[in-house]
Design a protein around this ligand. Structure first.
Ligand SMILES: *Cc1c(COP(=O)(O)O)cnc(C)c1O
Length: 419
């Protein structure tokens, strides 16, 4: 069965993306006839190695880098973990500087390191999600091994000035890593190789390539120790037989990301801005997280005061729209997003936030449909919400009482939706 792309209106492109048809096409021969091991001595395998080289060149092109600076990994998470781990090993130092708003790949790894004897400084962000460069400078110590700061936030799209931060780190003699998983195809990365960035992570499934393949860019002359230890693959920098088909897909996806950069920065940006403007016009008590000119062109993170994001997502789902709340609500916990909390949103407002993230494959019709569905849906949910009578300022009430009230509200809303 071949799923139609119009089965859902997919507005969750920061979570994952559809595989581009061109990418799929580039992969197929490597899932069928070209199954040789690229490390084999005979030509049937060697041929595959030649194709891997082409894919590596294409990925390098995205960063203005050379193929030798590209290491293929199993995912963005592995790339993130590998960069931090390698920096700790090669420097022998025990302190890491990062932010309070990183993806769980960095956040949970640094949590683990902290519990195991390493020092971690997590820099705060301002209400608009931005970071002060002076804070980075102040946080660097003599025993700092690496500074790891994401390029674009996955929940809000807020961008950090990582090239500037990288220069600062270089001056201080500290390694710099950036989790750039959200950026390819959305912003121009071709200056990376000329910057002072030592390590950069990307992930296939965020740029219309498959899940389960990632990239770690390592600047020429920056030392790297393998995180996955095994055979001599990836020039001894990452063991394990290459995920050939996915790497071929990622090569093609990198070309497409460059070709579509203008579309993403103009047409997709216009779709996103129209979506935000229309919602702001149609609904009161709406707040958009992060300033427009400091965000990725494809991301909207919106607070719908007085309503639980989980209720909104359920109703969106019923209408065939995919979006997400940034928070890790999978376990049914109502903990608000760590990113929105760091920006100073009250727990109640943070729990009302929904992330919409667009891509090349979204059309004006998708936006029209979402704009037709969302305003009446929010009005309906607000009409059911006992919080609506309150002013947003009243959200600073006792957390426990608020939690209880919200849990009750959630149960009621879910019951009403499921009627
Ligand atoms: C998705 C994502 C990751 C993780 O990538 P995987 O390939 O899913 O492991 C890391 N960082 C950010 C910012 C992401 O959005």
């Amino acid at each position: 069965m071949h799923a139609s792309r119009n089965e859902v209106v997919y507005l969750d492109n920061n979570a994952t993306t559809r595989i581009a048809p061109e990418v799929f096409e580039a992969m197929v021969p490597f899932l069928t006839e070209h199954y040789g091991n690229p490390s084999s001595a005979y030509s049937f395998g060697k041929r595959v190695e030649g194709h891997l080289k082409e894919a590596r060149e294409k990925v390098a092109g995205l960063l203005g880098a050379t193929p030798k600076e590209i290491i293929f990994t199993s995912c963005g998470t592995e790339s993130d973990n590998a960069a931090i781990w390698s920096a700790l090993q090669t420097t022998g130092k025990k302190h890491i500087v990062t932010t309070q708003v990183e993806h769980s790949a960095i956040m949970n790894q640094t949590d683990w390191l902290e519990k195991n004897g390493y020092g971690v400084t997590r820099l705060p962000v301002a209400a608009d999600g931005t970071l002060k460069i002076e804070d980075v400078e102040k946080a660097i110590r003599d025993d700092t091994a690496i500074v790891s700061i994401m390029w674009a936030n996955n929940e809000t799209g807020v961008l950090f000035p990582v090239e500037e931060i990288a220069s600062l780190c270089r001056k201080k003699g500290v390694l710099f890593h950036t989790d750039a998983v959200q950026t390819p195809g959305k912003i121009d990365l071709r200056g990376v190789a000329k910057s002072d960035i030592d390590f950069l992570s990307m992930s296939g499934h965020k740029l219309h390539a498959p899940k389960g393949v990632g990239v770690l860019y390592v600047k020429r002359r920056t030392k790297i120790l393998p995180y996955v230890i095994g055979g001599g693959q990836e020039r001894g920098k990452r063991g394990g037989t290459e995920n050939v088909a996915s790497i071929m897909g990622l090569g093609r996806a990198s070309e497409l990301a460059l070709e579509r950069l203008t579309d993403e920065q103009t047409r997709v940006r216009v779709l996103r801005d129209r979506f935000e403007d229309a919602l702001l016009e149609k609904l009161p008590d709406l707040y958009i997280n992060g300033k427009r000119n400091q965000r990725l062109p494809n991301t909207s993170n919106i607070a719908f005061d007085f309503v639980e994001a989980e209720a909104i997502l359920m109703m969106l789902d019923k209408n065939g729209i995919c979006a997400s709340s940034g928070s890790a609500c999978t376990t049914g916990s109502l903990d608000p997003s760590h990113v929105l909390s760091a920006m100073g949103l009250t727990p109640a407002r943070a729990r009302s936030c929904v992330r919409f993230s667009f891509s090349h494959y979204n059309s004006d019709a998708d936006i029209d449909y979402a704009l037709q569905v969302i305003p009446p849906m929010i009005e309906k949910l607000r009409a059911m919400s006992p919080l609506s009578a309150n002013h947003p300022d009243n959200f600073n009430y006792d957390v426990e009482a608020a939690r209880e009230k919200e849990e009750k509200l959630m149960a009621q809303t879910m019951a009403a939706i499921n009627e």
